[in-house]
Ligand binder design. Structure first.
Ligand SMILES: *[C@@H]1O[C@H](CO)[C@@H](O)[C@H](O)[C@H]1NC(C)=O
Ligand SMILES: *[C@@H]1O[C@H](CO)[C@@H](O)[C@H](O)[C@H]1NC(C)=O
Ligand SMILES: *[C@@H]1O[C@H](CO)[C@@H](O)[C@H](O)[C@H]1NC(C)=O
Ligand SMILES: *[C@@H]1O[C@H](CO)[C@@H](O)[C@H](O)[C@H]1NC(C)=O
Length: 214
């Protein structure tokens, strides 16, 4: 039984699962409830590629030009808005002394079909007091979404995990803007297991395409 579980685990985390083509409207109907996002996440293979269930909360991001992306917003990688880290990150917190970990990943690197670098780590901050991400400990400095080749749009996820206590992270600091190698083949499920983070409590996502809009 344990062997089977580990095998499935490995299959999911080691970039071997074929990604299904993305279909359907982006973001779902306007005004749709958060619970209804569960279907959307399954349709887009976020469940089960990355997470097992819909987290309880949505993460609200704000970028430097005042822009708030909506859930599953469609962007170009050269969109100036996303070239720097969000200036504000919000999710419902238990208290301002509870510590959280924020992860931003791209499971579709370098292309959705040939995602041999799954999962690519764009941003990783741990020991965040409440939602004050900028008071947290940077493990990977924000790197804007990279879409190096044509061949489909990338799903970019932001996940927040609630920590049980302060964590001494072993991961090497990745702080250069384009230091791709160390960021490749991250596995958020393994990371969560290693530090006993459980399931994410909050999520949001973007969808970044290489192609010119029509
Ligand atoms: C992004 O790239 C597209 C295609 O090359 C170009 O048409 C568009 O103007 C660029 N946008 C920005 C903000 O540079
Ligand atoms: C944290 O919460 C306490 C009590 O609710 C409050 O007094 C304190 O000012 C808060 N600290 C920050 C940094 O918001
Ligand atoms: C955290 O959330 C509170 C209320 O939800 C908000 O007032 C505060 O600005 C947030 N902090 C950051 C860094 O976004
Ligand atoms: C995740 O953990 C499994 C089981 O320990 C391991 O076999 C696999 O290589 C890990 N995946 C990554 C991408 O580190």
């Amino acid at each position: 039984m344990l062997v089977t579980v580990l095998f499935i685990f490995e299959l999911i985390c080691c970039a071997s699962a074929e990604l299904h083509p993305l279909k359907g409207p982006i973001g779902g109907p306007r005004g749709q409830s958060w619970e209804a996002k569960d279907d959307l996440l399954r349709q887009w293979k976020i469940i089960p590629d990355i997470i097992d269930d819909l987290p309880t909360y949505k993460i609200k991001l704000r970028f430097s030009d005042g822009w708030y992306p909506t859930f599953f917003v469609h962007l170009m990688p050269n969109d100036t808005t996303i070239q720097t880290a969000p200036v504000s990150t919000r999710w419902p917190i238990e208290s301002n002394t509870t510590l959280y970990t924020l992860v931003m990943i791209d499971p579709d690197m370098p292309t959705p079909k040939n995602h041999e670098w799954r999962e690519y780590r764009n941003w990783l901050v741990g020991n965040i007091p409440g939602n004050s991400t900028f008071d947290g400990q940077i493990i990977s400095k924000y790197q804007p979404p990279q879409v190096p080749h044509p061949g489909g749009a990338h799903r970019i996820f932001f996940l927040v995990y609630k920590q049980k206590q302060k964590i001494e992270f072993e991961e090497k600091l990745t702080d250069a803007r384009y230091d791709g190698r160390e960021r490749r083949n991250f596995c958020v499920r393994n990371f969560s297991r290693k530090y006993d983070l459980g399931e994410p409590v909050a999520l949001t996502m973007m969808y970044v395409t290489w192609r010119m809009p029509i």
